[in-house]
Write a protein that binds this ligand. Structure first.
Ligand code: FAD
Length: 676
């Protein structure tokens, strides 16, 4: 093998939608040799997914582009529920906050997928020479089983072919609309990416193979292959893996318009149940747009195979349905940006990985209805989970066993997502109950309760990874064999409000050296580093200072685990970074009173002033009360280990160096072996 050659990639990604781009973005930050191909000639320009959860914005912030999404998006603060009254006329019955207050420093926003893909592309370009290879289609896949256990080998061989411009451009229908004022408009449809459209991959493969230009064929050898190629996934087909679940006959229409209406809540997110005409979800969008998700009650159009004939679905049909639901309010438009139709299929992949060499992510392993705004978020979060793990294995920092946690962590999330979608779809799609005796109807009280509960799930913050090599908590993870007697287990009571397995919550702390307030999460950039956050409590207490001296001496020693796992030619904080948040007051401590391990010294750069923080009153932004909010006693303190993706791995005593060492020894690989 020729590992440096162009045709050898550490990671080959198929599909440059949200899942594929998130992965390429992670790998661009970690310096992993990556290729990414997509059969389409261009990225998305409008329509498609638009909801961004709080957790997704937190992740974007860790890559330094949340501000772009935050600025350009429409912010959703309130949800209004509309139901029929006794006369069958729709009325506003409730207002609830869109994002549960206090759950994150971000709130849910909407911005179309094309912009999000743009942010990723810019970020990838800024940090690497990875380029999305468009109009490039994989046509054959081979997997050499004999090489699967040696992680220096390239067991994957994929032939890719370059398509012509015509082939890589999907066909779109044009539709015309005449508004009440007689103005005519034309719009392209988004059906080509809908799950109602037939998959064109096989036709494209045939076309590409018929193409005789040899320079358009290449064989790529890869250590890892990740299928981010959407619901029809070609990679999934190569592996013979299945999606399991049903495909119901609910068909939804989606219309992005600038509305002309007298409906009072058109700039709120609304769930509107009419008495007999169905339901609509209103999503106010950026650029004066409003998205309408409408259930088209036409199960009679479903065909035997479960897929519906879509020829009858037009923007007019979708608009007319909305008009009936919103009656007596009026609704029309002169400008339509995009539209599509969707059939609800709720399915999860039976396997997410082949021997931890080939992985599936995003719509390739879970599909569900679009209206809870989850698909794009969960898809990106799949590869946010996978990216750093692949990077650490490729770079030799970590044992490949951590890759098993991709399936154990993400398949559970996909299953929860489908269960959530099931409940939510039934409640959303059902006819409202007329009274409590109407058992077939949906109780609007139940709908509201489910909506409120669903909101936590839908924020993405509720994700809680189970026990594993990299999450030290009670509980079984059957996918990873571990000897219980030697397992590292946290002491969760030391940080009562930090959930092990969930992402680290964020509160404001001040930099010890310059008093600037930071949200703790802003310190946790996605750059591939593990982090130990030491909360030593009040350092004016001699015992607490003594513990810091002891811990600092051990972490800083030449034979410490931090040195062992960091390649000699790299900065000491490049694999495991130590941050400190003491309980204050800020003025009671001088940075240099702490051992060097807490503010490393470099000959060229001097002391590191960006590692020690304090839970104290700021001059302009109040007091974050981090110790109270994390449930840490400032008399005793605690230490916390965070994964490179901000999820909490371990909570223990401030100076429990031995347990920290045991935790990392479970999966990290010693570097600098020649010197030991
Ligand atoms: P995709 O976005 O499908 O990307 C797959 C990529 O792979 C594409 O670029 C495709 O060209 C490429 N590809 C496919 N096959 C091949 C092949 N054989 N070779 C090479 N390349 C290939 N989600 C939300 O979170 N919020 C929402 O509000 C929301 N609304 C939606 C509204 C609509 C109308 C639709 C259709 C979807 C919506 N979704 C929403 C879902 C969201 O779009 C998907 O879940 C998300 O795009 C999945 O991302 P992905 O990267 O897994 O797959």
């Amino acid at each position: 093998t020729l590992p440096q050659a162009e045709d050898h990639a550490d990671v080959l990604i198929v599909g440059a939608g949200p899942a594929g781009l998130m992965l390429a973005n992670w790998l661009s930050r970690c310096g992993v040799k990556t290729r990414i191909v997509d059969k389409r000639g261009t990225k998305i320009f409008n329509g498609q997914a638009d909801g961004l959860q709080c957790r997704t914005l937190e992740i974007f912030d860790s890559f330094d582009f949340a501000d772009r999404a935050w600025r350009e998006s429409n912010h959703m603060l309130e949800i209004c529920l509309w139901n029929p009254d006794e006369q069958g006329r729709i009325r506003r019955s409730d207002r609830i906050p869109d994002t549960i207050p206090g759950i994150s420093r971000f709130q849910q926003v909407v911005l179309h997928q094309g912009r999000i893909e743009r942010f990723f592309l810019d970020s990838i370009k800024e940090h690497s020479d990875i380029v999305v290879e468009r109009g490039v289609l994989p046509t054959t896949f081979e997997f050499d089983d004999a090489k699967a256990d040696d992680f220096n080998e390239y067991p994957i061989n994929v032939t890719v072919r370059t398509l012509s411009d015509v082939e890589s451009t999907p066909q779109q229908q044009q539709q015309h609309h005449k508004s009440a004022d007689g103005k005519e408009t034309t719009v392209s449809d988004g059906l080509f990416r809908s799950n109602l459209a037939a998959d064109d991959t096989d036709d494209l493969i045939r076309a590409a193979e018929a193409n005789s230009r040899v320079d358009q064929v290449e064989s790529i050898k890869a250590k890892f292959l990740v299928g981010c190629d959407g619901a029809h996934s070609w990679v999934r087909r190569q592996l013979g893996f299945q999606l399991e679940g049903d495909s119901t006959d609910y068909i939804w229409g989606v219309l992005d318009i600038v509305p002309i209406t007298d409906f009072p809540d058109i700039r709120q997110r609304c769930a509107i149940h009419s008495a007999n005409a169905g339901s609509v979800m209103v999503i106010p969008r950026e650029n004066k747009l409003v998205r309408l998700y409408i259930q088209l009650q036409s199960t009679e159009h479903a065909q035997a195979g479960g897929k519906a004939d879509r020829s009858w679905i037009t923007p007019e049909i979708i608009l007319q349905s909305a008009q009936k639901i919103l009656h007596p309010y009026k609704l029309d438009y002169s400008y339509c940006d995009w539209w599509t139709a969707y059939q609800i299929g709720q399915r999860v992949g039976n396997q997410f990985s082949l021997k931890e060499r080939v992985f599936l992510a995003g719509d390739a392993v879970h599909t569900h209805s679009p209206k809870a705004g989850q698909g794009m978020n969960v898809s990106m979060q799949d590869t946010y989970n996978l990216g750093w793990k692949l990077a650490h294995v490729v770079k030799g920092y970590s044992d490949p066993s951590i890759l098993k946690t991709y399936q154990s962590e993400r398949r559970k999330i996909a299953q929860d997502l489908i269960a959530f979608d099931h409940r939510f779809s039934r409640l959303f799609s059902g006819r409202p109950a007329k009274d409590i005796m109407d058992e077939e109807g949906v109780s609007m009280e139940e709908f509201k309760a489910a909506f409120e509960k669903g909101n936590e799930f839908a924020s993405g913050i509720a994700v809680n990874y189970g026990a594993s090599l990299i999450v030290a908590k009670e509980g079984d993870d059957t996918s990873i064999a571990q000897d219980k007697s030697t397992r590292v287990i946290s002491k969760p009571q030391l940080a009562a409000k930090i959930d092990i397995g969930k992402r680290m919550p964020s509160f404001k702390v001040l930099n010890q050296s310059d008093a600037r307030p930071w949200h703790l999460q802003e310190l946790l950039k996605s750059n591939g580093k593990w982090r130990i956050i030491v909360f030593p409590g009040h350092l004016s207490a001699p015992t607490n200072m003594q513990r810091m001296q002891t811990l600092g001496a051990r972490l800083g020693a030449k034979d410490s685990f931090i040195h062992r796992y960091t390649p000699t030619n790299q900065q000491i904080d490049s694999v495991i970074e130590v941050l400190t948040v003491h309980a204050g007051p800020r003025a009671s401590l001088e940075l240099l009173d702490l051992p060097e391990a807490f503010h490393p010294y470099s000959e060229t750069l001097g002391w590191d002033y960006w590692k020690v923080f304090v839970d104290d009153q700021s001059y302009h932004e109040g007091h974050g009360q981090a110790y109270v909010n994390y449930g840490i006693d400032p008399v005793k303190g605690a230490s916390v280990i965070l994964r490179p993706d901000q999820y909490v791995s371990w909570v223990g005593e401030v100076d429990d160096y031995d347990e920290m060492e045991r935790f990392f020894a479970g999966f990290m690989k010693a570097q600098n072996l020649e010197k030991e």
